[in-house]
Design a protein around this ligand. Structure first.
Ligand code: GDP
Length: 467
């Protein structure tokens, strides 16, 4: 298929979703206004129920359309090919012929934050290594999640080159000739290179944009695929857990982030909010398979959530471990004892068919990113209750208007075709919020009239390793 065909197909997918979100939200608002008229509210409830059924059938057919005429097979093969290009490049970069002379980038696994945040820190380091053609050396002794370091759970980043020494040293950015560079965390990086997330490399950009609905998340997922290769004993632990938990697909993943995050970096969301989206997902699956078991993998840093969920939703099979959740609470979080739990939760969340979570949490974003390497295009296999997908410290995320827009409400902005808008968030009600870069106006704008602007950056050439 052409790039235009695949992009248009995905625009229709988004359009169907956005228009139903818009109508459903408007109907809910209307329902509040007529609350004292039971015949009106019950009519509205009926429209809401039937409307979501219409939408599910449309989405079911759209997803069939994406598989027809060999498109599904093409997508599988193209995803394998693209991934092998990237994995080979990373392998070559990380295994230089002569480690003593190799140009190196040193990254410290001592960022003062959670597991998801630290893994994202390592991903950022490897992206900068790839972008500056340096071998990444990871220092991880004394890691707050495992004093023995990275290699106790994951395989080393290189078979041949893990020694940080060299004949010349400097802090980032240094110069091309400096052999060993120390990289600071992304938050304090000066002289930011153009290839930081959400950028993707120009030389695979066209293929990637045709294949995937969220090229930046796919790209990050490839770095996680390279980085998170398990040591045999970690693999064994996960295999055992998978069996004892009875992990089986189809399954939906829920991540409920509570404790220290609530009220500081994110809002509280009840289990019912998550489950409404799970229910919608399974109703769609049941169009084809009415008797399936409704399984949910539930991860949380609050051990009471799974018990509450089981009590409130007895028709579901909940899989998860409240002992893991206990080690995930703030008191025991940054200890060696909590590492297995968070590795397991991220692993199983990434293996689900659909994620319901808050993208404000790095735990869920990492699961979403890893998920991208298990499917040709899993860009729509999620529902976030708050943020859209982002990468901490990322460059601006822009969208472009495809049509003009005359404001219909006081907080809406005007759009001309081709206006670029910096997106701050999607309100999941037909509207997104952002800033129009032409007019500098902040406000709401209709999501369905927009398309993504993919940030394409020049990375060094790796064509010699592609052969
Ligand atoms: P964020 O704070 O949610 O953006 O994510 P971080 O990963 O940076 O920090 C949160 C930390 O809390 C995690 O790394 C875990 O240590 C712990 N945590 C949060 N949610 C869970 C969960 O669902 N399961 C487990 N095992 N740990 C969690």
């Amino acid at each position: 298929p052409s790039l235009e065909f695949e992009q248009t197909r995905r625009l229709v997918d988004h359009g169907v979703q956005e228009s139903w979100w818009f109508l459903a939200d408007q109907l809910q608002q209307l329902r509040k206004k007529v609350e004292s008229y039971p015949d009106l509210t019950s009519h509205i409830d009926q429209i809401l129920e039937e409307g979501s059924d219409h939408t599910r059938v449309l989405q079911f057919d759209m997803s069939r359309l994406s598989q027809l005429d060999g498109l599904g097979t093409w997508r599988e093969q193209e995803a394998l090919d693209l991934s092998s290009v990237v994995q080979k490049r990373l392998h070559t970069l990380q295994n230089p012929h002569d480690c003593e002379k190799a140009r190196k980038l040193v990254c410290n696994l001592n960022k003062g934050c959670g597991y998801g945040c630290q893994i994202h820190h390592v991903v950022y380091c490897l992206i900068v290594a790839y972008g500056s053609k340096r071998t990444l050396i990871l220092k991880s002794r004394g890691w707050r999640y495992n004093k023995a370091g990275w290699e106790d759970v994951f395989q080393p980043l290189s078979d041949t080159c893990t020694d940080p020494s060299g004949y010349s040293h400097s802090h980032w950015p240094g110069s091309n000739e400096t052999q060993v560079l120390d990289l600071p965390i992304i938050d304090t990086l000066s002289q930011r290179p153009p290839y930081l997330p959400l950028a993707i490399p120009r030389d695979i950009s066209e293929r990637l944009m045709r294949l995937h609905g969220d090229p930046a998340a796919w790209w990050v997922g490839q770095f996680l695929k390279y980085l998170l290769k398990l040591q045999p004993k970690t693999q064994e632990m996960l295999d055992n857990m998978s069996e004892s938990l009875g992990f089986q697909r189809p399954i939906v993943g829920i991540h409920v982030r509570r404790t220290d995050k609530v009220g500081t970096e994110a809002a509280y969301h009840s289990i019912n909010e998550y489950m409404a989206h799970v229910e919608n997902y399974y109703t769609k699956l049941q169009l084809n398979n009415p008797t399936l078991t409704k399984r949910v993998y539930l991860a949380s840093d609050d051990p009471t959530v799974i018990t509450e969920a089981q009590k409130k939703f007895p028709e579901y099979t909940f899989i998860g471990d409240s002992n893991i959740a206990k080690t995930a609470s703030v008191a025991t979080r940054y200890t060696d004892a909590s590492l297995k739990g968070i590795i397991a939760d991220v692993h199983f969340l990434s293996l689900t068919d659909y994620l319901v979570c808050t993208f404000s949490s790095q735990v869920c974003r990492i699961a979403y990113e890893i998920m991208q390497s298990y499917h040709p295009d899993a860009s729509s296999y999620f529902r976030s209750l708050d943020d859209i997908y982002y990468y901490g410290g990322q460059n601006a995320h822009n969208q472009k208007a495809r049509f003009s827009h005359v404001p219909r409400r006081p907080d809406e902005m005007a759009l001309n075709p081709r206006d670029v808008v910096g997106i701050a968030g999607n309100h999941w009600d037909g509207y997104s919020k952002g800033v129009n870069r032409r007019t500098n106006q902040n406000g709401l704008y209709p999501s369905y009239k927009m398309e993504e602007v993919v940030d394409i950056a020049d990375f060094p050439s790796y064509t010699h390793t592609d052969k």
